[in-house]
Design a protein around this ligand. Structure first.
Ligand SMILES: Nc1ncnc2c1ncn2[C@@H]1O[C@H](COP(=O)(O)OP(=O)(O)OP(=O)(O)O)[C@@H](O)[C@H]1O
Ligand SMILES: [Mg+2]
Length: 698
């Protein structure tokens, strides 16, 4: 790290000032209180911010000002870095505000803590220093404030040793030991815990063995019971089969019985049919006999020709008779006609006798005319009377004929009637015979039917016998069925009992297996625990016997190295600064300087001011070199700032500073001194002046 420059605004005696630092050795020269140390404090503030109890905001911000800032420019690891921090007055307190950092032109706003973290990284300081109030590495290597130079030596030795242990990171070995003890305690606890687990391992193993034996027994008894169960199940199945067969047979038997009933019914029907037919035959026989009798009673005469002849005769007689009747009517009519005519003629005679005038021509009727007419009329009457006489004669004859024809017709009619009756009787006989034939035919068919029915009865009886035979074959079926059922019931009970036993054994087996699993797991865990216990014991042993001791040894070695190197370097610087013939120096194990003068150990307190300063400077420079040498990553090895390192030096001693600077051979050295003699030892001088409470730099 090389500081390029710093800008101060309202920092202590400064209002607004920029100071540039060249490489090589630079002296900050100025009167007492001119503002030299302020620049160095500002640089530390720019890097690490305010640190409680070390650099306060109030000590930095210029009195009467509300805010101030420091802007530091430096180069580190080929990077140009600018870092700016701000201070703000708030009521009675002064606080730091957020600032920024620019690395190779890349600007980053950041809080004070973030800035510190980034600076630690850039400087290669251990990041754990972030929370520490003092940046010890910086203070022991780069810059120790003026007043603190001697303070290091005056501090209590434990504190110094403790600080150095921290700086050299030796402290970690103690922490490792402490942590190891914590780990060991934890291991012990674990061990106790694990021992508790392992304690009853043997008993558990014995228990496991017993469980296994019990399990084996249970398995054997399960096997046996399962064989029994299988057997019982087979028996049960067989019985069920038998019952099924039996049931089938019973069904068949019932079918046979119902068939038998059907046959019986059929038989009864047939028998009743036979009886009915027999009765009908008897009836028919009787009827046939009756009919035979009746028909034999009827004598049959051949009448057909006679009937025809008589019929013809009858028709002829009737015709004749009718014609005679007609003749009689005609004659009677004729008589009546003639009688009417006579009556009419007689009336005409009467009328004419009394008639004087003609009604038509109104002329008087003459006697002659009356007589003439009377005569003609009497002639007409005589003719009529003659005709009547003749007709009456004829009528007498006709009447005689009529009697005869009437008798003929009567006789012929009776004859004809008789013949018809005969014909009807013949017909009736025929009918009777026909009926008889039909009855005989019916009888024959009934006989046929009876014959057939009897045949059927025969076959029904045969079937019945057959059925009976089969039914006989199924005798005792129901009894057998009941017996089988009873046996099945027994088998069911037996099977159930065995199944219950099997289930019980299985449940037991399951719980035994579960138990086995649990105990096995437990034993497994305990065995694991045993292994773990061994491992823990090994670790414990290793930590206790080896690791802690190793840490002590390493710590001792590291410490010895630091001690040796420190001692050597301290002596080197001491030799440069002090006459070794007069005084020698070494450090004890607590890094306290042991000074011998004239063969006697002398207390630091008793030394002169110049001697104290020399020893403090030598110690301070040795510290710088040892830390820089031993802590590899530190990036501030190129820079050392010394604030008034020569307090109380004689002029002669001041010359030694030149040798010291040569011995340091640092790239950049900043020395603060009011000793003008130093100016000739350095390459650059920066003058600090204060005028009217304000510092300026030239
Ligand atoms: N907060 C502040 N505001 C203003 N001035 C301050 C403040 N703090 C300190 N001063 C003054 O600033 C001046 C410079 O102090 P500084 O410590 O820088 O002096 P110096 O040059 O190092 O002196 P010396 O040679 O005695 O060490 C002193 O007069 C001091 O009293
Ligand atoms: Mg000072």
């Amino acid at each position: 790290m090389i500081i390029k420059g710093v800008k101060l605004q309202n920092i202590r005696s400064y209002i607004d000032e920029s100071i540039e630092f060249p490489e090589g050795s630079t002296l900050l020269a100025g009167e007492i209180g001119s503002g030299k140390s302020s620049i160095l404090l500002a640089i530390e503030f720019a890097l690490f911010g305010i640190t409680r109890g070390v650099v306060s905001g109030a000590s930095l911000l210029r009195t009467g000002k509300k805010q101030g800032s420091v802007e530091l420019h430096f180069r580190i690891q080929n990077k140009d870095v600018v870092i700016k921090r701000f201070l703000k007055r708030q009521e009675e307190d002064v606080r730091q505000d957020s600032g920024y950092i620019i690395v190779d032109g890349l600007k980053k706003e950041a809080t004070p803590v973030e800035l510190k973290s980034m600076v630690l990284e850039l400087l290669g300081y251990p990041p754990q220093l972030l929370t520490k109030s003092k940046s010890l590495i910086y203070r022991y290597t780069v810059y120790t404030p003026q007043e603190e130079m001697k303070q290091i030596l005056l501090e209590k030795s434990e504190y110094r040793v403790d600080t150095l242990r921290k700086v050299f990171q030796i402290d970690k070995y103690r922490r490792i030991r402490e942590n190891t003890q914590i780990v060991l305690r934890a291991i012990k606890q674990q061990q106790n815990l694990v021992e508790g687990i392992v304690q009853d391992l043997k008993e558990k193993q014995e228990q496991l063995k017993q469980i296994k034996d019990g399990l084996k027994q249970a398995e054997q008894s399960l096997e046996q019971s399962e064989i029994k169960l299988k057997k019982a199940q087979t028996e049960l199945r067989n019985k069920q089969e038998q019952i099924k067969k039996n049931e089938r047979q019973i069904k068949e038997l019932n079918q046979l019985k119902s068939n038998l009933e059907v046959e019986e019914t059929k038989l009864r029907n047939k028998v009743s049919l036979i009886q009915r037919d027999g009765k009908e035959i008897n009836q028919l026989e009787k009827e046939t006999n009756d009919l035979l009798e009746k028909s034999e009673e009827i004598k049959v005469v051949e009448t057909a020709k006679d009937e025809k002849r008589i019929q013809t005769e009858l028709e002829k007689a009737q015709q004749e008779h009718e014609e005679v009747l007609k003749k009689q009517a005609e004659l009677e009519k004729d008589i009546k006609q003639q009688e009417f005519i006579i009556k009419q003629e007689k009336k005409v005679v009467d009328d004419i006798s009394s008639l004087k005038k003609c009604p038509v021509c109104r002329q008087d009727v003459t006697e002659e005319h009356v007589e003439h007419i009377k005569k003609s009329q009497e002639n007409k009457i005589k003719a009529a009377e003659k005709l009547i006489q003749k007709s009456q004669f004829d009528l007498e004859y006709v009447k005689e004929v009529l009697t005869k024809t009437k008798e003929d017709v009567q006789r012929l009619r009776e004859q004809h009637k008789k013949l018809i009756e005969l014909r009807i009787m013949a017909k009736e006989k025929q009918n009777l015979q026909n009926l008889m034939h039909e009855k005989q035919k019916r009888m024959k068919s009934l006989e046929e039917e009876i014959k057939k029915l009897k045949q059927e009865v025969g076959s029904i009886n045969t079937a019945k016998v057959e059925i009976h035979k089969r039914v006989e074959g199924y005798k005792n079926l129901e009894e057998e069925y009941e017996k089988l059922k009873e046996e099945l019931e027994g088998l069911f009970v037996k099977e159930k009992e065995i199944a219950v036993v099997v289930t019980k054994i299985k449940t037991e087996l399951f719980s035994k297996q579960e138990n086995l699993k649990a105990v096995e797991e437990e034993v497994h865990k305990k065995l694991e625990a045993k292994k773990r216990l061994q491992k823990l014991k090994q670790i414990q042993n290793w930590l206790q016997e080896l690791f802690i001791n190793l840490m002590t040894v390493i710590e001792h070695h590291v410490m010895m190295r630091v001690y040796n190197e420190f001692n050597e370097i301290l002596q080197q610087f001491f030799e440069v600064l002090v006459e070794t013939e007069v005084m020698t120096i070494r450090i004890d194990e607590e890094f306290s300087p042991v000074i011998e003068q004239n063969g006697y150990e002398v207390d630091y307190e008793y030394l002169s001011g110049g001697e104290k300063t020399s020893i403090a400077l030598a110690y301070r420079l040795a510290l710088n070199k040892v830390i820089n040498d031993l802590i590899e990553n530190i990036k501030t090895k190129d820079l050392i700032i010394l604030d008034e390192p020569t307090d109380g030096f004689s002029t002669q001693q001041l010359d030694k500073i030149r040798d010291v600077l040569d011995a340091l051979n640092t790239k950049q050295t900043i020395i603060v001194s009011h000793e003008s003699k130093i100016e000739s030892f350095v390459e650059n001088v920066i003058r600090v002046n204060k005028h009217e409470h304000t510092s300026t730099v030239t």
